[in-house]
Design a protein around this ligand. Structure first.
Ligand code: FES
Length: 256
């Protein structure tokens, strides 16, 4: 279900290089799963900005976003008290019913935020998630403490080795044991590497492809992704990430 309402900014602060955390107050009744997203209207911008939900409760939504252009730059300068028009309850989100007790949660850069509420939901379901986060360099790292405060083990990689393990998330997960399922969100090359890893190791994986979204409302067709199965509406091997995803079974996605 989708719901357009006004949401008041409670907090909007920088937490890493070009990365901001915004907390909004308003109706959250349409949000049903971790990994869903919201679509924010910004004054003076034609298209809304789709941003994944980091966390939510019965009256607040928290998002973490990166400044990558004029819209997100404008957003980063908004002050508490400002009311934004937001569409909530978008996307399918993650299914928390997974095999095994120790699912791996893998976030790459700004693919990290949706892992936070997912981690909480899995903990509530009696699972013991392991969190692996990948960034380019130390000044990009965020959310490590928040995950540690949930009581889970957190492993971090940076490409340049300035923080945590040098390399990529795959350099960490190949040395971890005891997991049989993973959830991931991040850049496409990371998701592709993880989908290959899952297949080679006979594991199930859910991946969120939100990086590819532009309008987030099914209007621009900028989020098309190839799938192995034909779409039952269109009978072609394409799907719109914003409407049918952003979360997919890793086995279903055809990577470029
Ligand atoms: Fe525009 Fe999906 S992001 S159609």
């Amino acid at each position: 279900m989708e719901n357009i309402l006004g949401y008041k900014i409670i907090e909007n602060k920088k937490i890493a290089k070009d990365v901001f955390k915004m907390m909004l107050e308003g109706d959250t009744s349409q949000i049903t799963n971790p990994g869903q997203f919201i679509n924010i209207e910004l004054e003076g911008f034609y298209l809304r900005r789709p941003i994944s939900i980091c966390d939510y409760d019965d009256k607040t939504i928290t998002v973490i976003y990166k400044v990558v252009g004029n819209g997100t730059d404008f957003m980063s300068n908004l002050k508490p008290g400002k009311v934004l028009n937001i569409l909530t309850g978008l996307g399918n989100g993650f299914d928390i019913n997974c095999d095994g007790d120790n699912p791996l949660l893998i976030g790459g850069g700004v693919g990290t935020p949706p892992m936070y509420n997912l981690c909480k939901k899995l903990l509530n379901a009696g699972k013991k998630p392991i969190v692996v986060l990948g960034f380019n360099t130390e000044e990009d790292v965020f959310s490590e403490k928040e995950f540690i405060d949930l009581g889970v083990d957190v492993y971090i990689s940076t490409v340049d080795g300035s923080y945590g393990t040098k390399g990529f998330v795959t350099d960490i997960i190949k040395n971890l044991n005891g997991y049989s399922y993973f959830y991931a969100c991040g850049p496409m090359p990371m998701l592709k590497a993880l989908a290959v890893y899952a297949e080679e190791h006979g594991m199930e994986a859910q991946i969120s492809l939100e990086e590819r979204m532009a309008c987030g409302i099914g209007a621009c067709l900028g989020c098309i992704c190839k799938t192995k199965e034909k779409d039952h509406h269109t009978n072609v091997n394409n799907t719109r990430i914003c409407k049918d995803g952003p979360v997919f079974d890793a086995k279903e996605v055809v990577f470029a």
